[in-house]
Design a protein. Structure first.
Length: 146
């Protein structure tokens, strides 16, 4: 979720609270895009038109859940593509061991306009049954042949 680092400087934070999320202690807060923030790239400029909530796991300092919705249209490519207000994204992550976190679900409901055609996409992705594999390598060198 490197996107969090780009979103947070572009938003105003409110309603901080401590909640339990999937049995883990998290710090949660709401955010709303700051229209006066100076965005440098597409993600930062998009963040100024978003609102939502984020949950940070207290023990592992990871994002456990992110909910975002666009409260204004956002134009990309000189207006050729426009993400419509009301589009939403919800992402969850969970620890799978040894401090490693993986995305467990991603829900996207996107309404966009591409040039003159409206486009709708609803995607639900759920990831389960993560497994760790041992990838240690043992190399043995034999003495040179006679």
């Amino acid at each position: 979720m490197g996107l969090i680092g780009q979103i947070l400087p572009m938003v105003k934070i409110s309603n901080p609270r401590r909640v339990s999320f999937h049995g883990r202690s998290t710090l949660a807060f709401d955010f709303t895009g700051d229209p006066h923030a100076k965005g440098k790239g597409t993600e930062e400029n998009a963040a100024k038109k978003m609102a939502g909530a984020v949950w940070f796991d207290e023990a592992d300092h990871q994002v456990a859940r992110l909910e975002v919705h666009f409260y204004e249209n956002f134009r990309i490519g000189g207006g050729l593509v426009s993400v419509q207000k009301g589009s939403t994204i919800e992402v969850e992550q969970a620890p799978i061991g040894d401090g490693l976190w993986m995305q467990t679900s991603n829900d996207q409901h996107v309404n966009a306009r591409i040039v003159v055609k409206n486009f709708r996409q609803n995607v639900h992705t759920k990831n389960t049954d993560f497994k760790k594999f041992n990838v240690d390598v043992l190399q043995q060198i034999s003495p040179p042949g006679k």
